[in-house]
Design a protein around this ligand. Sequence first.
Ligand SMILES: Nc1ncnc2c1ncn2[C@@H]1O[C@H](COP(=O)(O)OP(=O)(O)OP(=O)(O)O)[C@@H](O)[C@H]1O
Ligand SMILES: [Mg+2]
Length: 250
Amino acid sequence: MIQFCDVSKTFNEGQANEVKALKNIQLTIQAQDFVVLVGANGSGKSTLLNALSGSFKINQGKILIEDQAVNHLADYQRSKWIARIFQNPLSGTAPDLSILDNFRLAALRTKAKGLGIGISHSFKKEVKEKIALLEMGLENKLAQKMGSLSGGQRQALTLIMAVMDEAKIFLMDEPSAALDPKSAKNLMQKAQQIIQEFGLTCLLVTHDLKDAHQYGNRIIQMREGSIVKNLDSSQKKALTLNELFGWFGE
Ligand SMILES: Nc1ncnc2c1ncn2[C@@H]1O[C@H](COP(=O)(O)OP(=O)(O)OP(=O)(O)O)[C@@H](O)[C@H]1O
Ligand SMILES: [Mg+2]
């Protein structure tokens, strides 16, 4: 589904503040893999996600999605494959627009969708049905402004937008970091349920090692722009929480 072939990214190349954020990354991700990324601050986790979604051009290497090289594609062109949730519940949505209008915007962002989304009753019905999956009662508040919702509610809706997009790849960069423990747990559980139900391929960045242990079928540790650990399904199953904590004591 996703391949990083010898991918490097250097910020501020040749300057005093040069940072080698990704160094010769080799990584293959199968369809429906749920890969958890851990690592210290600044180790390159977000940069890896950003390289995939096309926030910038990489300096070296190739990125393939479904065997197609995407290096030359801009981020909006990759959005037919990729949806994302960020750490900050405010990013990715328009606070002054209603829930329904935010869904319209999200749908328009992916080019594959035709015109006429704005007036379609079936679109509204689909939005309602999908939001109902969250079991948070938000399907009855479609006219409410996005900005008036809690962080947890907003993150959950972003999750649903990803599914509406028909994107197959779902990137989550510390999605629950800004949420209280109960909302964080709720979001992660809903995310897992929806990822499974829709067969998404997923990358999750988290500093919560309990979440990293509990979720996903693969786990990767990054350090200083390199992948230093890359566990497959059976290795991840065998990994204990204590061992995982041990990775950070080395
Ligand atoms: N747009 C940018 N311009 C310059 N440097 C950047 C940029 N984005 C990231 N970096 C640098 O690249 C390195 C990796 O950053 P990155 O955000 O990928 O780390 P991270 O593993 O996500 O860390 P955190 O856990 O703190 O989110 C850091 O040294 C960071 O300062
Ligand atoms: Mg980050």
